[in-house]
Design a protein. Structure first.
Length: 358
């Protein structure tokens, strides 16, 4: 029984294995190239696919996603005969699996060598400074050449980036010195500009301060002048309101003379010509008061019969002369005090010629 069923079991297992070998499940973003008797027939797309077992076979499998390929540093000579090492990064994608499998043997190696040769051609037409500052231009030119060449290989180069450009150590040292000198220069320029701005601001501040001080002094002088004018006006009104006579004015005039020589800046003092007239008025004032003053003294030996009689004899006349002389001496002393103050102040005294009395 078992021996009779054994061939059936073997046949069933063979059919199952044959059916399984005819099924190919392709993942997403993958592509399989199928060959039939060694010849390319079709490319399997993602999903469930069937092939003829023993006749069709999967030759190559491709990942259709974008890939990144980083090449090794390659020495490149610039236009000014300097050797620099350049690293590149390639972003590529397989677009036609058939061409990628049958148009080129190893597309990664082909892309790497094409990148190196193109890079040498591009960098060879640039000097070092332009090479270091023209990465975008280099990337664009590399991508253009690679797209034209790799298009027939079924490869699309999406982007080419220069990862690093390493100049020789001597060039690095020279560049560092140049950068340091440039930084020092910029620092010196900025420092000088700061000092210039500081001086300008300080000068403007000093100018504003001087203007404000001058305006303040002007306002103060105006206010002092207004105050003095108002004070003089009030004094003048008070004098006219009280009807002061010439005698009082002459006395106040003589009383004010000594104060004219006071002060550190009074090195030259002039005694006015009206001094003689003022002294005369004061002398006459004291003489008139002394003559009008009644005598209350009693003569010796006379009886005390009542109040003293007012007399205008020779004794009264002598007392009037004595009062006049004392007034004249007081005026002379005032003049002498004024002269002494002027002499102590170091000034030269100048006296006008006195008028002769008629």
């Amino acid at each position: 029984m078992i021996e009779s069923a054994l061939p059936f079991i073997i046949l069933t297992v063979a059919l199952v294995l044959l059916a399984l070998s005819a099924v190919r499940i392709v993942p997403q973003a993958r592509a399989y190239n199928i060959e039939r008797f060694g010849r390319y027939t079709r490319t399997l797309t993602p999903g469930l696919n069937f092939i003829i077992p023993g006749v069709d076979r999967v030759n190559t499998k491709f990942d259709l996603r974008e890939h990144v390929f980083s090449s090794k540093p390659q020495p490149v000579i610039t236009e000014d005969n300097l050797v620099v090492n350049i690293d590149t990064v390639l972003y590529y994608q397989v677009t036609r699996p058939k061409d990628a499998a049958y148009e080129v043997a190893n597309f990664l190696q082909a892309i790497d060598q094409l990148t190196v040769t193109t890079l040498r051609n591009v960098i060879g037409s640039m000097d070092l400074e332009r090479t270091l500052t023209s990465r975008e231009e280099i990337n664009t030119r590399l991508r253009g050449v690679l797209d034209d060449t790799t298009g027939k290989w079924g490869i699309r180069v999406n982007r080419v980036e220069i990862k690093a450009i390493d100049p020789p150590p001597s060039i690095k040292e020279a560049m560092e010195k140049q950068m340091r000198a440039d930084r020092d220069k910029r620092a010196a320029v900025l420092h000088a500009e700061g000092e210039r701005q500081a001086r300008i601001l300080k000068a403007e501040g000093a100018r504003q301060q001087a203007i404000l001080e001058a305006q303040g002094d002007q306002q103060a002088a105006i206010l002092r002048a207004d105050g003095e004018a108002k004070a003089i006006e009030r004094v003048f009104q008070a004098v006219h309101a009280n009807d002061a006579d010439a005698k009082l004015l002459a006395y106040k005039y003589l009383e004010t003379l000594p104060s004219l020589a006071q002060g550190e800046g009074n090195t030259f003092w002039v005694i006015p010509g009206e001094l003689t007239e003022a002294v005369k008025n004061v002398t006459h004032a004291f003489s008139g008061e002394a003559a009008a003053k009644p005598s209350t003294e009693k003569e010796p030996g006379s009886a005390d019969t009542g109040p003293a009689q007012i007399t205008a004899d020779g004794g009264a006349h002598s007392r009037s002369e004595l009062a006049a002389e004392e007034a004249a001496e007081a005026a002379e002393r005032a003049v002498a005090d004024a002269r002494g103050d002027a002499a102590r102040a170091g000034g030269a005294e100048t006296f006008p010629q006195q008028r002769e009395e008629p």
